[in-house]
Design a protein around this ligand. Structure first.
Ligand code: SF4
Length: 301
């Protein structure tokens, strides 16, 4: 493969076609990059792009973010799913303020010491915010590299092969643009199902040349989740938090919460399930408080 041609094709394509996001610009603020990478874990970029300016308005600095209460975080996180990530982000900000004087670390090991930051997020922050020469691999880039080089995505050996390719292939001094280009290619063309190879700017790809060799396995059926009334408890947790976001300071009687989320008066079975499954898991994640005496729930202050 001609890497010089590959680099110039992809970087030129990115210059002309990159997606516009509020956290992307020539000289990105490391705080904005940290926020966006935290938010993008498990939530679509288009949804984050809508929420990002409002969140930044509420928490314009890492110091402000570090002082947020759990309830403030949960309210500001509305629409971004997985509320415990909001709490972890605040904890991360607090540790940056307490340990690193409010400066987001620019080295790998310090970043990895922060709550909620794993290898991908640490590499992404170093590449996008600090312009380090570093390879970044998320699930979309993994899929692209596997297909371009004709590797079996489901073979356990592929992980280390992709890591080696990723470290070798990115254009030095252009890590940020290269990896963000691959992100855009992954979300626009190289999707898990039905990749749009005909539109993809990657010039040389073994999958495109012979897709039948690299058939796409159907996605594995997910493990059965704990559920109630055929709805996963994960969604009931979300509905509960959504309800408590309203008038969060007052607290709400358990029966009112249940009535709202079930859309009918709760019976004994509903109340037992709610007390034994939903309340303990939300308390464990520091998202709510429950007053056993008066059966009132509220967001954790
Ligand atoms: S040509 Fe197709 S398989 Fe190859 S990277 Fe592009 S979208 Fe993915």
């Amino acid at each position: 493969m001609d890497y010089t041609f590959l680099h110039s094709t992809i970087l030129t394509w990115f210059d002309n076609n990159q997606k516009v996001y509020p956290w992307r610009n020539e000289a990105p603020d490391s705080y904005h990059v940290l926020l966006s990478e935290y938010m993008l874990q498990q939530t679509q970029a288009s949804r984050i792009a809508l929420k990002f300016p409002e969140f930044l308005n509420t928490f314009p600095t890492i110091e402000k973010l570090s002082n947020a209460t759990n309830a403030q975080m949960i309210i500001a996180w509305q629409g971004m799913g997985y509320n415990n990530r909001a709490i972890r982000l605040r904890d991360c900000a607090k540790q940056i303020v307490d340990t690193f004087n409010g400066n987001i670390p620019s080295n790998y090991s310090d970043l990895l010491s922060l709550p909620g930051i794993g290898t991908y997020t640490a590499s992404a922050i170093l590449s996008f915010a600090f312009k380090h020469n570093i390879s970044v691999i998320d699930i979309n880039m993994y899929r692209i590299y596997s297909r371009v080089f004709g590797l079996d995505i489901y073979d356990t050996k592929t992980k280390s092969e992709v890591k080696t390719i990723a470290e070798h292939i990115y254009p030095r001094d252009f890590s940020s643009s290269w990896h963000q280009a691959l992100m855009d290619i992954g979300s626009s063309f190289c999707k898990a199902q039905n990749p749009k190879c005909i539109l993809c700017p990657i010039p040389d790809c073994l999958y495109r040349n012979n897709p039948s060799l690299y058939h796409i396995k159907p996605t594995k059926s997910k493990k059965t989740e704990a559920s109630f009334r055929n709805i996963p408890n994960r969604l009931w947790r979300g509905k509960t938090i959504e309800f408590l976001r309203n008038d969060h300071q007052l607290g709400h009687h358990l029966n009112d919460v249940l009535h709202s989320i079930l859309k009918q008066n709760p019976n004994e079975i509903d109340i037992t399930w709610f007390k034994e499954s939903i309340i303990p898991s939300l308390i464990k994640d520091h998202l709510i408080e429950y007053n056993v005496g008066n059966n009132h729930l509220s967001l954790k202050g």
